[in-house]
Design a protein around this ligand. Structure first.
Ligand code: F3S
Length: 406
């Protein structure tokens, strides 16, 4: 790699220990992936925030970096293992809370904004088209690469943090134009109406586009919530963190659809739901907000819950950024949802909170949450539309009828 004089000096320790460690990480990564140089990034999103995931070794590493490390660009944080304010009411132990707070304090000392969300693009960290960024949350990387046309590789926790402290990242992978070309075409012949339909579509395409970039045709008019659901699921099940949709995403018009073509039919969607879902009938935990809820989703939940009550014995969680919750408070949605018995879990989610052993099953709109709750938290899973999830919260049973309406 060609390094500038200033970068060489940082490597020798001219800007302190944290910057030296960070530069070593970036140079090592650059060598592995054949980058020729470092390029500036405009923002960073750091994952690996939950103490449940990073443990004592991660906490020690962060506290060491925080002794003299300071970020050079806008840097935001992924969800933590708990709601920083209401952790007690969510059943988090004081021991866990103490460790989690130390993790957040270390990040804050480095100058990182503790917005604690996987949808930072909804609350102020919004890249523009073509901008280079270094983000770590897979759903968010996929969203900003594809829907916005920004450029990010899928960073690990340490490499994102290193990019934040240096303000640069090695130029390889999805930062380079030639690596953003689609590899195979998916013609979607199924009607898609809900976020969970888009989650299941991501599951179906992700599995077939392993390590590749899909180009989609036949998609009509997805809203932001559908695109964030698709982004989360696609990358979880195997695709690269980038997709193009004809007539929808900004880079699609640069490319002809690749010749290799796969069709996705209504039958595939039905089978996708069946493959993802366990047979959860009695419902005890409904968790919404993977990726974190947008304001329009919170509004829809309040509309569906108005005048109803969550059934006794059922826990309904809404995971979202604290900034979105503040808007929900102001709009009056919070009052309606809490009156019905819904619980806000800001700063965290059903996957990164230490929930293993607390619930046997989960009901959710998110295909991504199905993957991690089944694997990491060992829960039985069921995904369906927001309407069906709220009906399950109110009755304590998964509603009759098809999960997918053709
Ligand atoms: Fe976000 Fe947690 Fe899902 S970090 S994308 S809500 S697994």
């Amino acid at each position: 790699m060609r390094l500038e004089e200033e970068e060489k000096a940082i490597l020798k320790g001219a800007r302190g220990k944290a910057a030296q460690i960070s530069m070593k990480i970036l140079v090592a990564l650059g060598k592995i992936y054949g980058a020729e140089r470092l390029i500036p990034v405009r923002s960073v999103q750091v994952s690996g925030v939950s103490y449940a995931n990073i443990g004592e070794a991660g906490l020690e590493y962060l506290e060491e970096l925080a002794s003299d490390g300071r970020v050079q660009v806008t840097t935001t944080l992924n969800p933590a293992g708990m709601d920083l304010e209401n952790w007690r009411s969510l059943g988090i132990s004081p021991e866990f809370a103490e460790k989690q707070k130390r993790v957040i304090e270390a990040f804050k000392r480095m100058g990182i904004v503790p917005c604690l969300t996987c949808t930072p693009y909804l609350v102020g960290n919004l890249p523009r088209y073509g901008e280079h960024v270094a983000w770590g949350e897979s759903s968010a990387v996929t969203y900003v690469n594809s829907v916005i046309g920004a450029r990010s590789n899928l960073e690990g926790g340490p490499s994102a943090l290193a990019a934040a402290i240096i303000g640069k990242t090695p130029e390889y992978g999805l930062h380079l134009e030639e690596n953003r070309r689609p590899d195979l075409t998916f013609v979607v012949k199924a009607k898609l109406r809900t976020e969970s339909d888009y989650g299941v579509l991501g599951y179906l395409i992700g599995k077939q586009a392993l390590g590749k970039i899909p180009y989609l045709r036949g998609i009509e008019d997805p809203d932001l919530n559908m695109l964030k659901s698709f982004s989360a699921s696609l990358v979880t099940y195997g695709s690269k963190p980038l997709f193009h949709i004809e007539g929808i995403t900004p880079e699609a018009e640069k490319y002809d659809p690749p010749e290799r073509t796969v069709s996705i039919t209504s039958h595939d969607l039905k089978e996708g739901y069946k493959a993802l879902n366990d047979s959860v009938k009695e419902v005890t935990f409904v968790s919404l907000g993977c990726p974190h809820l947008s304001l329009s989703e919170v509004a829809e939940i309040s509309r569906l819950l108005k005048g109803k009550k969550v059934k006794q014995g059922v826990t309904l969680w809404l995971s979202l950024a604290r900034a979105t919750k503040a808007l929900s408070d102001a709009a009056g949605y919070t009052e309606i949802i809490e009156e019905a018995g819904g619980v806000f879990a800001c700063d965290t989610c059903m996957v990164v909170a230490p929930l293993k052993g607390r619930f046997e099953s989960i009901v959710t709109t998110s295909a991504k949450a199905c993957f991690y709750c089944r694997g990491k938290n060992q829960m039985a899973v069921r995904t369906g539309s927001l309407k069906r999830c709220i009906a399950a919260a109110v009755t304590g049973r998964w509603p009759e009828g098809e999960d997918y309406e053709a």
